[in-house]
Design a binder for this molecule. Structure first.
Ligand code: BG6
Length: 484
């Protein structure tokens, strides 16, 4: 069994990490625009990078510059999308995953009418993709909700967000439905617990009548309901459309075969799955509900929420996979960082400079687990290696470490398909260097295309093809058969 002929090879980017133009054409501020770059903090300490207070937000709003707020400038995709899409086409991309910045359409999230300039920008992007025969896969919310909704409602804690999101989603379906078949609701919905502000606009010092933990579960519930209602409207407005849900696949192993370690790993995996369970099976898992009761958390639901979830499940499961992690009952074990999560260091795996443990077999394990559990079409919408790239004196970038990472992961992916996994695409993160979500660094690069810009925004923004560019082009043209 080979990959299907129409396999969606490509890459994934998000609006807030590439577009820049943070205040152009009436765009409103998003939560990403207040993410400050902190060079003095250990890059493995994701909590220190992602902690935010009301005071920090006020400071950010008073600072009109982009220097310390790299997501405001991105890589200027807003003005260079044609050139970038043509480079993706040169690699043979069949698909590009992008996100729509909610704040380009609704600057504060509460306007009556959508901003025409925002609609025009995305239409132009979709036209360019169409010209280049690249299928868009569009995420409605990728860590870039309106800042105004965070400030006014403490983000997704308030039910109001459901209506505002569905209204925004409906505009997207009506305006872009003729271009876009594949949609995704929330990027890595499970991450609300790991970074409540970035994913759900929750600021801890604004949790007045409730705890941060209660806020997280309530916000998650509102996002599940919003996702279900958006799925319903997507199907009604765009015949033949497919709406997916998305999980950060945090594959967790026990450190040893000691039953206590196995139990911790099991709990960790079940908690990760719960977010996809709710969106694919249409109801909260029994163990998850009991866990909430045991924690004393009572989610406020309307009388029809359960029915909404049950009747509007996702058509496919999209997931990101970068690393695996390990759990141990022994708290003295050495820890290492992962994708905004910590875990025990696995002696069998190498790590990136950011501490993320490189585990290509873990991708195969993840695919088999997800296929067996959900039995819906799967797509890998993020996978890749953040690394510091050096330009040689002749201006070339020989990113053999990235090729090695991707080659091993794609090999395991192809083997998983041979074992029966129903996989329809692979969009690696990110085909062009962009701003890191967790650390706001430019120097944490993932691309096949180098962008000349440093962490403080200095550089020409020139695009340069790396060695991996030519390698990935061959992978795509051979439909995953030529990996060397
Ligand atoms: C994923 C996010 O979790 O990880 C992306 O969806 C992000 O937006 C990617 O860029 C890599 O993380 P980082 O922190 O290295 O940018």
């Amino acid at each position: 069994m080979h990959l299907r002929k129409d396999f969606l090879w490509g890459g994934a980017i998000s609006a807030n990490q590439v577009e820049g133009a943070w205040n152009s054409d009436d765009k409103g501020m998003s939560v990403a625009d207040v993410a400050v770059f902190k060079p003095s903090i250990d890059v493995k300490d994701y909590k220190a990078h992602n902690t935010i207070t009301s005071e920090m937000i006020a400071d950010a709003k008073n600072d009109p510059e982009t220097k310390w707020y790299p997501k405001r400038r991105g890589i200027d995709f807003y003005h260079r999308y044609q050139e970038d899409i043509q480079l993706f086409a040169e690699m043979g991309f069949k698909a590009l995953r992008i996100s729509i910045a909610w704040t380009r359409l609704f600057p504060t999230g509460e306007e009556e009418q959508a901003n025409a300039a925002g609609i025009e920008f995305y239409r132009n992007v979709f036209e360019e993709l169409k010209k280049n025969n690249i299928e868009p896969i569009v995420t409605l919310s990728h860590y870039e909700m309106p800042l105004a909704l965070s400030e006014k409602y403490n983000g997704w804690v308030e039910r109001k967000l459901v209506d505002l999101f569905v209204k925004y989603a409906e505009v997207c379906f009506k305006e872009f439905g003729s271009y876009v078949k594949y949609w995704l609701t929330f990027n890595e919905i499970d991450s609300v617990g790991r970074h409540p502000f970035i994913t759900a606009g929750i600021v801890e010092d604004q949790c007045i009548d409730y705890s941060l933990e209660e806020a997280v579960y309530q916000a998650l519930h509102h996002q599940y309901v919003a996702a279900a209602l958006a799925t319903k409207r997507c199907h009604e407005i765009i015949p033949g459309s497919q709406m997916g849900c998305m999980l950060t696949k945090l594959t967790t192993y026990p450190t040893t075969c000691k039953p206590e370690d196995v139990l911790l790993a099991l709990e960790s995996n079940l908690n990760n799955y719960a977010h996809a369970d709710i969106q694919i099976f249409g109801k909260y898992p029994q163990l998850y509900e009991q866990q909430l009761r045991n924690k004393g958390i009572k989610i406020i639901k309307t009388a029809i929420d359960d029915q909404i979830l049950e009747e509007n499940t996702a058509d496919y499961l999209a997931f990101s996979y970068y690393m695996s992690r390990t759990e141990s009952a022994d708290s003295n074990r050495e820890q290492t960082a992962g994708n905004t999560i910590m875990g025990v260091k696995n002696p069998y795996l190498p790590s990136t400079e950011w501490g993320w443990q490189i585990d290509s077999v873990g991708l195969k394990i993840s695919l088999l687990e997800l296929q067996d559990r959900y039995n819906v079409p799967l797509i890998i919408v993020e996978n890749g290696m953040g690394a510091k790239d050096e330009c040689t004196s002749d201006g070339e970038i020989h990113d053999t470490y990235r090729i090695d990472y991707l080659r091993k992961h794609i090999k395991e992916m192809v083997e998983a398909v041979e074992l029966g996994v129903d996989l329809f695409g692979y969009t690696s993160w990110a085909p062009i260097d962009s701003i890191s979500v967790s650390t706001s660094q430019m120097s944490k690069r993932y691309g096949y295309i180098y962008v000349d810009q440093d962490d403080l925004g200095e550089g020409t923004l020139e695009r340069v093809r790396k060695e991996s560019f030519f390698w990935y082009k061959n992978v795509i043209s051979s439909n995953g058969e030529v990996l060397e």
